[in-house]
Design a protein around this ligand. Sequence first.
Ligand SMILES: C/C(NCc1cnc(C)nc1N)=C(/S)[C@H](O)COP(=O)(O)OP(=O)(O)O
Ligand SMILES: [Mg+2]
Length: 563
Amino acid sequence: VLFTVGDYLAERLSQIGIRHHFIVPGDYNLVLLDKLEAHPALTEIGCTNELNCSLAAEGYARACGVGVCVVTYSVGAFSALNGIGSAYAENLPVILVSGAPNTNDMDQHLLHHTLGDHDFSYQFEMAKRVTCCAVAIRRAAQAPELIDRAIRTALLKRKPAYIEVPTNLSREACARPGPASAIAEPNLSDGPALDSAVIAASEFLCAKQKQVILVGPKVRRAGAQKALLRLAEAIGCAVVLQPAAKGSFPEDHPQFAGIFWGQVSTLAADTIVNWADVLICIGTVFTDYSTVGWTALPNVPQLVADIDSVTLAHPNIYFSRVQLHDFLSRLAEAASWNSSTMTEYTRLRPDPSLGHASRGQEKLTRKEVARQTQLLLTPETTVFTDTGDSWFNGIQLCLPRGAEFEIEMQWGHIGWTIPASFGYALAKPERRTIVMVGDGAFQMTAQEVSQMVRYRIPIIILLLNNRGYTIEVEIHDGLYNRIQNWDYALLVQAFSSKEEGGRALGLEAHTAEEISGALERAMAHKDGPTLIECNIHPDDCSRELITWGHFVAAANSRVSAKD
Ligand SMILES: C/C(NCc1cnc(C)nc1N)=C(/S)[C@H](O)COP(=O)(O)OP(=O)(O)O
Ligand SMILES: [Mg+2]
């Protein structure tokens, strides 16, 4: 049997651990889809549109390190580029594969699914801008080198890559691939750089009295959670997390000192950060959102350990090609014990208020939803929180050891949780995935609930219906923040069809009693998704959101420097 370009791509994807590929078919990619489907290790997962397809691949990459979405030219790829933007912003290697016109038509004919002229280079140019490597195959013979280059670069940089496959090349003969190590081997630390970074860092820290570790979202991307734990336990200091890093350090650990988010921090994390005389920043990202409109930019000397570099404050030195995992492990051996910030934190740690239960018939509140969600959490739970007040509700949850937490704070595409949790849950079926999403966000990507029905994925969707774009209301209100209200429970039931079987459970909750009953039914519903519409008052939002929204709006409206 002929080994083809499509077979080469299928084999390489399976070699890097892909077991599901997310697709939307189109006449430019059908033969390629045949080749991928023919591979014994790959299962094709159809999506309802290419935005959801790319976001599902992004969620899949959170679960197993890499994801792939396969779409048709232009009409498909343009929507998928939004999910690729998320993968780029969130440091996730997602491979975007797009079918393309027949090479015999290029510069010759006018074709469908193009801009209507003879120039077919625009998509490749666009893809180059939002990936770390973009390749367009024009001859079968060059396919192995181009496919390997795109996949290897994506894995090394933890950024998305683009592979364009003209419709006539998928079936053309191609060499077979060599061993997987050629594209999957991680890059190593430079020996001398690692040694001197560890020596300089431990000397720098020895001169400090009050050390705090601040964990950022890139720790997880670098697979350095275990090394982080070793370093934290070698020093004995307080450990605080940025909001987008929630879940990267166990919250039942005695050294966990809360989520550091300026004045909307949890558990007085900001107090111990303000008390420190050095911040050990590990995989941190400081943006307007994570610094509450720049009001919470730390101003103590920092030791910054990034995915593959270390920067010291005094003396001001930058060490490149030092892998985070290696650096943290080696620093854990060299660092000396200094638990002064933990001693101080124990004095000022607030008692975690479990919050009082509402009485049964009381109107449902955001706090009651959060309180009852907390009761559901187990070591097997993964919580997805969407952009909106759900961020603030999610950040307040106390994660039991083993529970995971996914958030998309850098890209912030509302509705991301629906396709992303679908992709994630396919890769981790043994976990129970719970989504916290707002009504506005849900309206962006609601169709993907039908794929949760189709593939029998028991995701629990807590839809906080506060009648509109409340985050935007708090940042800057106007008529544009109002949306059409849907009958959300009824909508998801429409995704089930009589003949195919499988069904989504759609429930409404207006009181504390109704949501507790709905959650019980949701936990028991195992062969499909459950959506619970939690009706809360339009002004029932967290005080953290109001504070945060106020300062982000102020940052957005700064007059231009030259005025
Ligand atoms: C419209 C927008 N952001 C702008 C925006 C617009 N379009 C996309 C794709 N992503 C975005 N973040 C945001 S945060 C809404 O308040 C979300 O509303 P909802 O899901 O209902 O949540 P809250 O009510 O808790 O805010
Ligand atoms: Mg809302």
